[in-house]
Design a protein around this ligand. Structure first.
Ligand code: SAM
Length: 209
């Protein structure tokens, strides 16, 4: 199934400018702060000394947070530019990080070979059937669970989204997230909203059933 996020980040300049473009200005700093807090809280709930698959790893910006729990990170991204930049970051890290090319729908990772999967800012770009496929794939490779962000509607954000007629943006309702978890053999343990009132971002901790 086609979606633009798969090709949109191929150039290395995206990796260089990623944080500067998204998180500058008052609003950007506010959003970044919410995201960091939400992800930080869920990562704190994981056991220590674990292995984590980070997909999509992008430029590796979450590794300092993941390294508070992980001794090993398997990082996957479809973009060669992102991987090149992330590989440089991996060389400077104090923990073991391997960067692989691959797609979230078909991870180059064996069944249950990592403790957790971490995935931020991908599923909102994926058509809903692909979201099902990707969450099931994360479940396949993880022994314990998954932390993954989703666009989840509130009444207000649904109204805003409907009026703006956004394309290539695929938030879902909470009911659908529960069906998706069920389909993937996961259950939702905690979900934290990390967005402005009209936004849809949520970070979700799932555990294997
Ligand atoms: C918005 S960025 C998020 C990166 C990182 N998780 C973060 O929070 O900074 C989206 C990333 O998804 C990658 N991507 C898009 N489709 C993908 C897919 N099917 N499999 C793996 N990576 C994908 C892009 O190359 C890009 O690096």
């Amino acid at each position: 199934m086609h979606y633009s996020a798969k090709e949109a980040y191929q150039h290395e300049s995206f990796a260089h400018n990623y944080e500067r473009v998204r998180f500058s200005g008052l609003m950007g700093k506010y959003r970044n702060n919410l995201e960091q807090k939400a992800v930080g809280k869920l990562v704190e709930m994981l056991p220590s000394d674990i292995s984590i698959a980070d997909c999509p790893c992008g430029n590796g910006r979450w590794w300092p947070v993941l390294a508070t729990r992980a001794r090993r990170i398997v990082a996957v991204d479809v973009s060669e530019g992102m991987r090149r930049y992330a590989s440089e970051r991996a060389r400077q890290s104090s923990i073991d990080i391997v960067v692989l090319g691959g797609s979230a729908e078909d991870l180059p990772v064996e069944d249950e070979s990592v403790d957790y999967v971490f995935s931020h800012a991908l599923t909102k770009h994926l058509p809903v059937p692909v979201q099902y496929q990707v969450l099931a794939e994360y479940s396949r490779v993880s022994k314990m669970g998954v932390i993954c962000s989703f666009g989840v509607f509130t009444h207000l954000s649904y109204e805003f989204w409907r009026r703006r007629q956004l394309t290539e943006s695929y938030p879902i309702f909470f009911e659908e997230l529960k069906w998706m978890a069920d389909w993937a053999g996961l259950e939702i343990r905690k979900m934290i909203r990390c967005t402005t009132p009209i936004g849809v971002e949520n970070v979700v901790l799932f555990e294997k059933i």
